[in-house]
Design a protein around this ligand. Structure first.
Ligand code: T3D
Length: 264
């Protein structure tokens, strides 16, 4: 990485990406989102990486767009090009995470606000430290939840809660987020790193091709009728039934041992 606003560490099939601007609560600059997109593209291709973890340095996960890059303080300032920002920076990140052919875990170590919150919610599993908070901060600055927020939130928590979170921009605690079905798990702050590491190691040793197909199926399910989804399940199972991991999984079952999945 040319700059240190992103850190990446690859160990045992797990690639951990750390958003690293702690003095700005890991808010995104243009350069940081550009590098994050490039890194996610690389990781998607890298078969040695079988699980991705995204977390933040310091006391925050991510405070969304760096508002210091949005100089609209004087009436003479040209408005920033937010079309371009979403099209070229934020939307590709969300597409890269959801389209990543392997599990992506968000380890939400502290406050997650704006695009930072919705980037976390785009991940496949969200673990949060108990002290973390999720804030749809957008309405405080006259915007709407982006980075998939208007799509993800109603699906995760229902329309009423999605609307409340978005209109009021109030913090939601990690425990409430679990209770609402918005995230997978809240753990004591001191346990977050180890809990996520254990989960990531398990997923990295799992049937990666099957996980990729699971992501595709669940992601597409809201846009399909049951009949079409049944067809998609049939076709996917047909494919997976020919995979090395299926063969290994069934053999391991009869051998009464843990399967040694290769991800193919
Ligand atoms: O613009 C586009 O491209 C469109 C896309 C938009 C996507 C978005 O994400 S829009 C939403 C942008 N984010 C926000 O509006 C959140 C702004 N931050 C906050 O509301 C609060 O900082 C938090 C609730 C996240 C945390 O509050 P708190 O009290 O724990 O910390 P703090 O004191 O507010 O922040 C600590 C420092 O980080 C502070 O700097 P200082 O005073 O110590 O020099 C603060 O200014 C800075 N900081 C926090 N968030 C941002 C930020 N600096 C720049 N941009 C930020 N988003």
């Amino acid at each position: 990485m040319a700059e240190d606003h992103l850190l990446s560490d690859h160990s045992n099939g797990v690639l951990t990406i750390t958003l690293n601007r702690p003095d700005r609560l890991n808010a995104f600059t243009a350069a940081m989102t550009k590098d994050l997109n490039a890194l996610l593209d690389d990781v998607a291709q890298d078969t040695a990486v079988r699980c991705v973890v995204i977390t933040g340095a310091g006391r925050a996960f991510c405070a969304g767009q760096d508002l210091q890059d949005r100089t609209v303080t004087s009436d003479d300032d040209e408005p920033p090009n937010l079309f371009e920002s979403l099209e070229e920076r934020y939307n590709p990140i969300v597409r890269a995470i959801t389209g990543m052919p392997k599990p992506v875990i968000a380890a939400v170590n502290g406050v997650a606000a704006g695009a930072g919150a919705n980037l976390a919610l785009a991940c496949d599993l969200v673990y949060a430290a108990r002290s973390a908070k999720f804030i749809q901060a957008f309405s405080k600055i006259g915007l709407i939840p982006d980075s998939g927020g208007t799509w993800t939130l109603p699906r995760l928590v229902g329309s009423a809660r999605a609307m409340g979170l978005s209109l009021l921009a109030e913090p939601l605690s990690a425990d409430e987020a679990v209770e609402w079905g918005m995230i997978w798990s809240a753990v004591d702050d001191a346990d977050l790193v180890e809990t996520v590491a254990t989960s990531a190691r398990t997923l990295a040793a799992g049937p990666t091709l099957g996980y990729a197909k699971l992501k595709e199926l669940l992601g597409a399910s809201f846009g399909r009728l049951l009949d079409a989804q049944l067809d998609a399940e049939r076709d996917t199972q047909d494919l997976l039934g020919r995979s090395a991991d299926y063969r290994e999984g069934v053999r391991a079952f009869f051998d009464k041992r843990q399967p040694d999945f290769t991800g193919s």
